[in-house]
Design a binder for this molecule. Structure first.
Ligand SMILES: [Ca+2]
Length: 336
């Protein structure tokens, strides 16, 4: 370690592992393990089991065993991170309960643009067994964003990518009893805007609404929602969905000092109290910041018609989870 290490103490170091099936296999170290660094240095403790090139590609052969992969943030070898690489016989995967093959599940879905819900052609859909594992199954969307594939039942960490869009990550349950059409919402890369917020939910309630409030230069607060879709130079509601699933998307164009507050309103059940419609909606919110930060929030299992999801400090850009449920019947009052 060098005396520069303390400058990088924000670089999160935690135990991670990668499991590979023996047999002339290559897998690039995922971004989550490389960290957000320009020129990481990789060294394997056991190149016979798993060697790693300067490009971050792990290569294994037929030698079963473990290797510790060391990742330094830069060529001065500061801020060391360890990753365990396990190379297992292919039959190990078939016998392991996490990997055993169950019934084959047919999945179909659509990849859509968060700004206008049009299909995203030729998106790549990859199903992984773990957040850091190799792609186990993959499919390309057709020109209209539609895709189909069959996978053994189970939980998968799915990555969806397309040129010009921010990569989508999330867990998908491939269950023969519950699987239906999957909607993947991709946000175009931010181009001068500071943030994008995407809301999705399930079949019920029919209509959830996105609300963003924030400071104005004159000292009052703006309120972007379905009846005021654009606040000049500040933010806009790109899509309002009123018939289940979403997406509803808000783009923030700039931040000024003050508190920005994002909330989801259960419009369908706005006059009900008590109400568990929002809690049972399956709603999730992804927020993408222009510096690459990304957070996903899922609705709390608590009654209420308003889910106050998070706040952004306009001076620093810090996103702080709120995740509070409350009641409000008047849309104009949500998030104020
Ligand atoms: Ca709506």
């Amino acid at each position: 370690m060098t005396d520069t290490a303390s400058a990088y103490n924000h670089w999160e170091v935690q135990p991670r592992s990668i499991r590979l099936s023996a047999g002339e296999f290559q897998q690039r170290v995922p971004l989550s393990l490389r960290g957000d660094v320009d020129a990481p240095v990789f060294v394997s403790s056991n190149p016979e089991v798993a060697e790693i090139g300067p490009d971050g590609v792990i290569r294994c052969g037929w030698t079963i065993g473990n290797a510790v992969l060391m990742v330094w943030r830069s060529s001065v070898r500061d801020s060391l991170r360890h990753v365990l690489v396990e190379v297992r016989d292919p039959s190990w995967f078939a016998d392991h309960p996490d990997f055993a093959s169950g019934a084959s599940v047919f999945l179909s879905g659509t990849v859509v643009n968060a700004l206008n819900t049009s299909g995203v052609g030729n998106a790549l859909i990859e199903f992984r067994r773990s957040e850091t594992g190799p792609a186990a199954y993959q499919a390309f969307a057709n020109a209209y964003g539609g895709f189909e594939l069959s996978v053994p039942e189970g939980f998968y960490y799915v990555e969806v990518t397309a040129p010009g869009y921010i990569a989508w990550h999330g867990w998908v349950n491939a269950d023969p009893n519950t699987s239906g059409d999957i909607q993947i919402v991709l946000s175009p890369e931010l181009d001068g805007q500071v943030a994008r917020i995407v809301l999705q939910w399930g079949l019920n309630p029919r209509d959830l609404d996105s609300h963003l409030t924030g400071p104005t230069p004159s000292g009052s607060r703006f309120h972007v929602f379905y009846s005021h879709t654009i606040e000049n130079e500040a933010a806009e509601l790109d899509v309002d969905d009123t018939s289940s699933y979403g997406p509803e998307t808000i783009t923030i164009h700039r931040l000024i000092p003050g508190v920005y507050r994002y909330a989801v309103h259960d419009y369908t059940n706005r006059n009900a109290n008590p109400s568990t419609g929002l809690a049972q909606s399956g709603a999730s919110v992804k927020v993408f910041m222009s510096d690459g930060r990304e957070q996903t929030f899922t609705v709390p299992n608590a009654p209420g018609t308003v889910w106050t999801v998070f706040e952004i400090d306009g001076a620093t850009g810090t996103v702080t989870a709120v995740n509070a449920m409350s009641y409000q019947s008047q849309p104009a009052n949500v998030g104020m």
